[in-house]
Design a protein around this ligand. Sequence first.
Ligand code: COA
Length: 387
Amino acid sequence: MNIGIDRIDFYTPNQYVDLVDLAKRRDVDPDKFTIGIGQEKMGLPLISQDAVTMAAMAADKILDEATKKDIELLIIGTESGVDESKAASLFVRDLIGLPKTVRAFEIKEACYGATAGIQMAYNFVAQNPEKSALVISSDIARYGLNTPGEVTQGAGAVAMLIKAEPKILALQNDSVFMSENVGDFWRPTFSKYAFARGKFSNEVYIRFFDELYDAYFEKNNTTIDDLSAILFHIPYSKMGKKALQSVENKVDEAKYHELMQRYESSILLSKSIGNLYTGSLYLGLISYLENAEDLKTDDQIMLFSYGSGSMGEIFTGKLQPGYKENLNQEQHLKELAERRKLSVDEYETEFKKEIEIVDGDWFIGNLTNEKYYLEQIKENERIYKSL
Ligand code: COA
């Protein structure tokens, strides 16, 4: 029985900052951001949007009433949780109308959370082949104004339906993984913003990839020639590229060229949306499937998942017949084209907005006109609404 990704889609907020504008304001050569970092735009949520509303928006795109009935597992991978105790999944289950008979919870391990969710979902479906699992990554990447990481921010969610005989990607149950206690990126409970040792995190990310790359082929007794592409966690597009460059001496020239060309297809969406933290790898998968040329059924794609702190995993999936009919490229291009460009002043003002709770209450209403929103905080409890 094949198990894997049957449906996949993403949501990103309807407003963005252009990184050339940001570079000019920060007195930086725009080429540093667009070439050196490899990013062009970054999405920014409004104060009524958070990991819950974005997850619900993404999930809505892949579900209908029939598919909802079979879902018995809902996992949200996030490092932008809205509550230290209650899982975002419980709000989301309610908003999108999943049955009560769903096991719903949240997973945190930096940008690795959704991958943990997918592996758990795989095992769940293996034991319950008639049932399916909904895995959603949802994050707001925030480093702060005027920080080195500012250009690597972004926001959004990726929703994936994991089931038997999937229509898009059949996972191969061939993972290799590793973990270490590393201080490359973290966000303590007392801070709204992440702390990152940016250059050190590059080193750890590449080292994890290198070790897992070798371990993968050793464990599975295969070679790079069995694979058509390597997709990476993409906090910014230069980072995955550097990791891919690290295997140049391990593959022949033609294969390296092919892998690099295919990598370029996988970063198009991220360049225009920014960092989704745990969703970045899966946004890269959508980008790759929508933009790469000459894809064939049974193409085997390697995915490298990395969460700072640090957890890494490499696994693969095989492309399923008719995968393209289950993607929404035209819709994505339209949505991205219709986003509102924020001036740097608007971005900074929005960025600094804080929830201001007075006597346990705060009211904001729907700022976005989108289906799901945080309407208010009442008696210290978040109240979400849907249109
Ligand atoms: N034109 C083209 N490229 C330029 C340039 C210009 N005018 N000026 C600088 N660059 C290049 C640099 O050469 C460098 O490229 P390289 O990495 O290939 O050497 C790149 O732009 C970045 O410049 P650098 O000086 O290293 O940037 P920085 O000190 O401002 O920090 C990060 C960059 C990525 C370290 C920082 O944005 C960061 O900390 N981001 C968060 C890290 C992260 O996401 N960690 C978690 C990962 S899982």
